[in-house]
Design a protein around this ligand. Structure first.
Ligand code: SF4
Ligand code: SF4
Length: 320
């Protein structure tokens, strides 16, 4: 275990977002708790501002009126005026949040809130009625919640104590001992499987595919309910060879798996890359969203491998 991983395991995560009435993060209507921080660095990430475990300042220049209030209060000079423009020097920004407090149009937003498990549970329970009527519940997502395994285990345990349906979405690149404990408090795992090519996994995503596969298979052997989610990314995992690898591997696991969700790439993350100051790093600027019909090649192969839309063991876009 490297030092970075150890620090993440020991720490309490910041909350990236709590999204109520979510319908794509598991069955029924759900409240999704997004933890901030992820050990992976997928270059197509839909929430690039959820990758770091630290607080982050978003600055949306389209909402900025140029009032200059942020410049007045900024203690480091990171918010500054150049001609008619208000700019942000992230190198000297300390994420103190003073500019957010005075920005009336909401052009500045601080991402990452300290929130206790008690507060999360209080929010989660607000929609209990909807969960009961829709078969929904709570999904713990990220970032990647297994970057903070001890917190995630405790949160899931407390949510289960409240008799709520609990799902965890993760790429499961963690030590098995944490999943072995977590599975006692979780009704459904949503496991992101991004490629079956070990080299690509290591180089592009960062992490070991062998660990992911071993964890996925161990969860199935232990009788856990698991859906696999495949984000289909143009030029990364959408070749015939990729599709063959997915259908062959997942077909062999078919009897234990609840299902597979195909998640076509969408381009609406572009704005997040811009306002979090990561636009220069974003490699998918020119890539358009994939339409459902563009992933039918994978759907066809998965059908041949035993998955079906009729029993929701195969979806495009996630279970509703
Ligand atoms: S306070 Fe907000 S609206 Fe005013 S200049 Fe700063 S970023 Fe723009
Ligand atoms: S977060 Fe603090 S340091 Fe950063 S721009 Fe705003 S006021 Fe300045």
């Amino acid at each position: 275990m490297d030092e970075k991983e150890k620090i993440a395991i020991d720490r309490k995560p910041l909350i990236y977002n709590i999204q109520r009435y979510s319908i794509q993060d598991g069955p029924g209507t759900r409240t999704t708790i997004f933890l901030k921080g992820c050990p992976h660095k997928c270059p197509w990430c839909h929430n690039p501002d959820s990758q770091s475990a630290e607080k982050e300042l978003l600055f949306d220049t389209e909402k900025c009126t140029g009032c200059g209030a942020c410049v007045e209060v900024c203690p480091t000079g990171a918010a500054y005026r150049k001609g008619d423009e208000i700019l942000l020097d992230r190198k000297i920004c300390t994420n103190c949040g003073k500019c957010v407090e005075v920005c009336v149009p909401g052009a500045r937003e601080m991402i990452g809130q300290e929130t206790s498990i008690e507060e999360i549970i209080k929010t989660a329970k607000q929609d209990e009625m909807f969960f009961a009527s829709s078969g929904g519940g709570i999904t713990i997502s990220g970032g990647d919640p297994m970057y903070f395994p001890e917190f995630t285990i405790e949160l899931a345990r407390r949510l289960k104590d409240e008799m709520l349906h609990v799902a965890v979405e993760s790429a499961v690149g963690c030590q098995w001992k944490y999943l072995d404990e977590l599975r006692n408090h979780v009704d459904l795992f949503l496991i992101d499987l991004k490629t079956l090519d070990e080299t690509k996994y290591k180089e592009v995503i960062g992490g070991s595919l062998q660990v992911v596969m071993r964890n996925l298979e161990s969860l199935l052997e232990a009788g856990a309910s698991v859906r696999v989610r495949i984000p289909v990314i143009p030029g990364f995992n959408d070749s015939d060879a990729d599709y063959d690898a997915f259908s062959s591997y997942l077909g062999a696991l078919r009897s234990g798996l609840e299902g597979v969700d195909i998640l076509p790439f969408h381009s609406y993350a572009s704005k997040k890359w811009k306002i979090s100051g990561k636009w220069d790093e974003y490699k998918y600027r020119e890539t358009e969203s994939l339409q459902p019909e563009e992933v039918l090649g994978l759907a066809k192969r998965l059908k041949e491998a035993g998955f079906s839309g009729k029993d929701s063991s195969l979806t495009i876009g996630g279970i509703l």
